[in-house]
Design a protein around this ligand. Structure first.
Ligand code: IPM
Ligand code: MG
Length: 355
């Protein structure tokens, strides 16, 4: 029995990238079943919650989900795919494709992967009023003023757990071993300012990498890393970081390649994975059929690999690379004039021409 995939097309321009890519995947792998869960409702409305439950079941019953980008309408689905399915490792490859329009003079050889912890850090969604922190003297405080001295204001909680860090660090190690590249895990934190939270992330990562024979551990403070990311991106292999830095720096990594339209991602848990382009929904070009589908195509190749279709994934990725190497047809973000569907058709043509 072949696999099933749930598709959530996302918001604004996103479905314009997802739909032609799904059509292509249906041609490439006719045995895969595709379902379209509907969990786009408003959580406070009873009807939408019923829809959400049905949608959740459809996600649960699929082997993986292909998810478009969300600007809010699909955020319930995103929440479920991350916290509901415990997809703790957000993998964001940054690999230069010859022919893509990078702003760097020498982008050749860039080939690293950001592993972003996907469930913790500031994304636990706990915010409140500074008044609530009156008891703060009873917990660790490493600097700054007492919250009461700031006057009125709010706070957000940053959570780094040992278990959460250990599992994502293990994931990063397995990936570094599998890639068999520089066999290095680079850990990025702000542990000089946040010795308890980021300090824990760093020390657990150091310990986990240290237990993996054949891997080297290195670490940078996040601001220093941001500079190195621009100056020497070729030196990195697997870069492990807490959620917020991973969110921000994976967009920066997309910019290094030339467009967020090239940035793929896959979010993996112990029992589930979902795949989504790392870019936003590009509302400014919605309805124009010009969103770059490369990030969606490359996210789909990650999904195919996860589903056990490794060779198909490699072939599809190669076809995308061939279009860039040929220099056309490319979408406007890459200096071309092609539409989204023209680009996908060019990939389709190469895929079936080579079979
Ligand atoms: C991403 C996005 C999401 C995030 C948003 C849409 C919540 O920016 O996947 O990087 O912050 O994780
Ligand atoms: Mg982001």
């Amino acid at each position: 029995m072949d696999k099933s995939v749930a598709v959530i097309p996302g918001d604004d321009s996103s479905p314009e990238a997802i739909e032609p890519v799904v059509e292509l995947l249906q041609e490439i792998l006719p045995s895969v079943t595709w379902t379209y869960p509907r969990i786009d409702g408003n959580a406070s409305s009873g009807q939408a919650t019923t829809l959400a439950d049905k949608g959740k079941a459809q996600i649960d019953n699929a082997d993986a989900t292909l998810f478009g980008s969300t600007s809010g309408r699909s955020s319930l689905a995103l929440r479920y795919l991350r916290w509901g399915k415990e997809t703790f490792a957000n993998v964001r490859p940054c690999k230069y494709i010859a022919g893509c329009r990078s702003p760097l003079r020498r982008p050749e050889g860039i080939d690293f992967v950001i592993v972003r912890e996907n469930l913790e850090d500031l994304y636990v969604g706990i915010e409140g009023n500074l008044d609530e922190l009156a008891l703060l003297d009873r917990v660790g405080r490493t600097g700054g003023r007492h919250p009461s001295e700031y006057g009125d204001g709010n706070y957000a909680l940053k959570v780094i757990s040992e278990k959460g860090t250990r599992r994502v660090a293990r994931f990063a190690c397995e990936l570094a071993l599998k890639r068999n590249g520089k066999r290095t895990v680079t850990c990025v934190t702000k542990r000089n300012m946040l010795p308890k939270s980021d300090g824990l992330f760093h020390s657990v990562a150091n310990e986990v990498v240290g237990q993996c024979e054949g891997l080297t551990f290195e670490s940078f403070i996040v601001d220093d890393f941001a500079c190195r990311l621009i100056r020497e991106p070729q030196r990195f292999d697997v870069v492990l970081m807490p959620n917020l830095y991973g969110d921000i720096l994976s967009d920066a990594a997309g910019g290094l390649l030339g467009s967020l339209g090239l940035a793929a991602s896959g979010c993996y848990g112990d029992n589930y994975a979902y795949f989504e382009p790392a870019h936003g929904t590009a509302p400014d070009i919605a309805g124009t059929n010009t969103i770059n589908p490369t990030a969606t195509l490359l996210s789909a190749t990650m999904m195919l690999e996860y589903l056990g279709h490794r060779r198909t994934a490699e072939k599809l990725e190669h076809c995308v690379e061939e279009v860039y190497a040929a220099g056309h047809p490319l979408t406007p973000d890459q200096g071309g004039i092609a539409s989204t569907t023209t680009f996908v058709n060019a990939v389709r043509h190469r895929y079936f021409a080579g079979s």
